[in-house]
Design a protein around this ligand. Structure first.
Ligand SMILES: [Zn+2]
Length: 299
């Protein structure tokens, strides 16, 4: 069982923290980090951070911050596609677990916990972080209901409260496209990955021509996504390598009609989602909707 002191440190000064009367307290700089509903608020300025997110919830990209993810995961038009992602990630986790037992697993940007639910079985110690307390509280509730034990923390990716070389596996799923300084984020993730450990990085393939076209004809969709980066396989591979990772594999996944208004009308039916997948994989490989990269931190 991994203890707090083995992986956590102060997000401000990187020295050790410990729990004193329902707060994490830094032993060096004396900073206080509250714990709410069992979730440690481990960001440099907890109050400012929470009010910043509250403002986002009221803004134009508010849906990205507050819409029910589990509902869209399980009942939305892309259910069939999400099952394909889950199947792929499961296969990778099984392979990695066979080679090297995954001790500490972090879902970085865990949101409402849709993925924590099923990746939990691949780890001894399950961690989830997000910068949105609303989502973390939902995740906690869902995991408690199905009796999965986990540790959830509110964190900021640019000042994470984790000690170097802490995680055997980091699941970093559809987060990086939202981060202005994506290169720095990858460097931070590289640090906290254990030597010999892996990162499974998922992101939309929105730098591809088909999806650039989709945004071009429906520019209102772009404004609502909160995406700031639009990658191709090559561009995401390049910045992953610059951060220090070896790219072991790139998976192209999901094909559709590059018109946001029409695509979900078809892909909500498994028969179409499967058909697009089999045609796309053969003929339009580079125009997939999603990418998964398997990144390794070598010894
Ligand atoms: Zn400190």
């Amino acid at each position: 069982m991994t203890k707090d002191k083995d992986i956590l440190h102060c997000p401000i000064c990187n020295k050790s923290i410990r729990i004193i009367s329902n707060n994490y307290k830094c032993t060096n700089c004396n900073s206080n980090f509250p714990i709410e509903d069992g979730i440690g608020i481990l960001v440099p300025s907890p109050t400012e951070h929470i009010s910043m997110i509250d403002k986002k919830i009221e803004g134009i990209t508010g849906d990205w911050y507050s819409a029910d993810q589990v509902r869209s995961y399980e009942k939305g038009p892309y259910y069939n596609h999400l099952q394909k992602r889950k199947k792929f990630v499961t296969k990778i986790l099984e392979e990695i677990n066979k080679k090297n037992k995954i001790n500490n697993l972090l879902d970085l940007g865990c949101g409402d916990g849709s993925n924590l639910k099923w990746i939990s079985k691949f780890s001894q110690n399950l961690y989830g972080t997000d910068y949105n307390l609303l989502r973390l509280k939902r995740a906690k509730k869902i995991l408690n209901e199905i009796k999965i034990s986990s540790k959830l923390f509110l964190t900021d990716i640019f000042s994470m409260p984790f000690i170097e070389n802490s995680f055997d596996l980091i699941f970093f799923n559809h987060v990086i496209e939202h981060l202005e300084d994506d290169k720095l984020a990858l460097k931070k993730i590289f640090k906290i990955t254990k030597k010999g450990g892996y990162v499974i990085l998922g992101t939309p393939n929105e730098g591809a021509l088909a999806w650039k076209f989709a945004y071009y004809i429906e520019s209102n969709v772009k404004r609502k996504t909160d995406h700031v980066n639009f990658y191709t396989a090559n561009s995401i591979k390049k910045i992953s390598e610059e951060a220090g990772f070896t790219v072991e594999h790139i998976e192209y996944m999901g094909w559709g009609i590059p018109i946001w208004k029409i695509d979900p009308l078809f892909r909500k039916y498994k028969i179409f989602d499967d058909l697009f997948e089999s045609i796309g994989k053969k003929i339009f490989r580079n125009q997939a909707t999603s990418l998964y990269l398997i990144l390794k931190k070598n010894n």
